[in-house]
Write a protein that binds this ligand. Structure first.
Ligand code: LLP
Length: 444
């Protein structure tokens, strides 16, 4: 993965073509807007494959590594099929994600099920479809899962999700590993959970420990601390219970470069650090080499994504900002309004060298907070221009909504000049599909 000194990351195939327009995957963005309409999510296949390749190479020196893509970042059937083709496994958190990867033909042994409140139906589905590991989050789930497993006369392979008590410097809403977190067993509760598994919950087979610290992380030392804690616990549990755990899952969280203030380590740097730290901890605590699971989401898919919008109305507030509105916003990308996330954008049909102006990109939704980009210098904009926002592959479509009853955009996968629809644009009929008018209210 690139940690370019540019202001932002964009798909590796992003270029200016001979017409002077931006292209991604050798597809002219203006042509894509004409053919598929806007807003449009674009995923560049080459970028996804190249990042997967970087991850695989970065962890080559520790062959017992399993990369499990965190589906929550972007989960669609085609994306699942693409990552499956790359040999990547899947971290899932709902029956919807489990079903999506299952329907995409993924070997379910390569799927992990996480979450702090998995339902009876979801656990049932996970067992029936043969999900490889379930990371159990709390005492309630341990009992529930054992009961379900017993009723099916099956043994379920599990990890224990633990809260290692590490804080990372990211947005408060996307921290998870600190002590007072809703996720996982506190370190002081692990022994009780293990005793229950060994003595009572005999339909559960514990393989290892799982933690996840947070998301959009740049501090590599956090992973070192996490690995140390997980290995120490594995050694301690062996000594206390004579329990041989041989798997550690360190979660995801590696950040991407949305702006020039974001300085993520490269996949290679993080790979080297994790492997060195793991090897040190293996020696330090005298444990057998565990299988290592990673759950990267954002760092695999974010940079491959871009979203194009059409510029509509604009407004110069006297002595204030100039607002330019697009045909999308907080319903297709809720991150700026939710986390004050920042994005970079370019105009697909205008050269950067043209005269520029500072504008604020407003969304189309009826909410003042629906500002996609606050003050960005762009070539002077006109109605009909195509705005391309970069780094939107992760947590955009997956967190999208139908706010204001606006249809969700389509998504295309681009590669070598071919653009294939992988998610259809919602129609107006889709908007009313699940509505029911009680007979007594039906128009007479
Ligand atoms: N594993 C677990 C257990 C997680 O909870 C998460 C993310 C990941 C892996 C993947 O993390 P990543 O590599 O993508 O950072 N909606 C927020 C991000 C929430 C992340 C939640 N958990 C955002 O848009 O920034």
């Amino acid at each position: 993965m690139t940690t370019s000194t540019n202001q932002f990351q964009k798909p590796i195939t992003a270029n200016i073509n001979t017409k002077g327009n931006i292209e991604i995957g050798s597809c002219d963005l203006v042509d894509l807007a004409d053919e598929f309409g806007t807003p449009l999510y674009i995923i560049d296949e080459k970028t996804v494959r190249s990042i997967c390749n970087d991850y695989k190479k970065a962890f080559e020196k520790y062959p017992k590594t399993n990369i499990m893509y965190a589906s929550k970042a972007l989960c669609t059937s085609a994306i699942s099929a693409l990552l499956n083709d790359e040999g990547i496994g899947f971290d899932t958190v709902s029956s919807g994600e489990i079903y999506t990867v299952y329907k995409a033909g993924v070997n379910m042994q390569k799927v992990l099920f996480n979450g702090n409140n998995k339902s009876f139906d979801e656990l049932n589905l996970a067992i029936d479809l043969g999900v490889g590991r379930i990371s159990v989050d709390n005492f309630y789930e341990l009992a529930l899962l054992n009961t379900i497993a017993q009723s099916k006369n099956k043994t379920v392979d599990i990890l224990l999700r633990i809260t290692p008590g590490i804080e990372c410097h990211t947005h408060e809403y996307i921290q998870t590993g600190h002590l007072d977190s809703k996720f996982g067993f506190d370190l002081s509760q692990i022994d009780e959970a293990v005793e229950l598994i060994l003595n009572e919950y005999t339909n559960l087979k514990l393989h290892g420990l799982h933690a996840h610290i947070g998301s959009q992380i740049f501090e590599t030392s956090i992973y070192a601390d996490e690995i140390d804690i997980l290995c120490k616990e594995i050694a301690r549990l062996d000594e206390k219970f004579n329990l041989k755990l041989d798997e550690i899952n360190i979660g995801g969280g590696l950040g991407v470069k949305y702006t020039d203030q974001d300085v993520p380590p490269s996949t290679y740097e993080i790979g080297e650090l994790i492997i060195n730290k793991l090897n040190n901890s293996i020696k330090k605590y005298n444990i057998d080499e565990p299988t290592l699971f990673l759950e990267p989401g954002r760092s695999i898919i974010s940079m491959a994504g871009a979203t194009i919008y059409t510029i509509g109305s604009s407004k110069q507030v006297p002595k204030g900002r100039k607002y330019v509105s697009i045909d999308g916003g907080m319903a297709d990308n809720p991150r700026p309004s939710l986390y004050q996330a920042q994005y970079y954008a370019q105009i697909a049909n205008k050269k950067e060298t043209q005269e520029t102006e500072k504008v604020t990109i407003g969304g189309r939704y009826c909410e003042s907070g629906d500002i996609l980009i606050n003050e960005i210098e762009l070539p002077i904009l006109n109605e009909g221009d195509i705005l391309c926002v970069y780094n939107t592959g992760a947590y955009n479509y997956s967190m999208s909504s139908n706010y204001n009853r606006v249809s969700k955009p389509a998504m295309v996968l681009v590669n070598d000049g071919r653009a294939e629809i992988i998610v259809k644009r919602e129609t107006l009929d889709d908007i009313v599909r699940n509505d029911i008018i009680p007979d007594r209210l039906a128009a007479k």
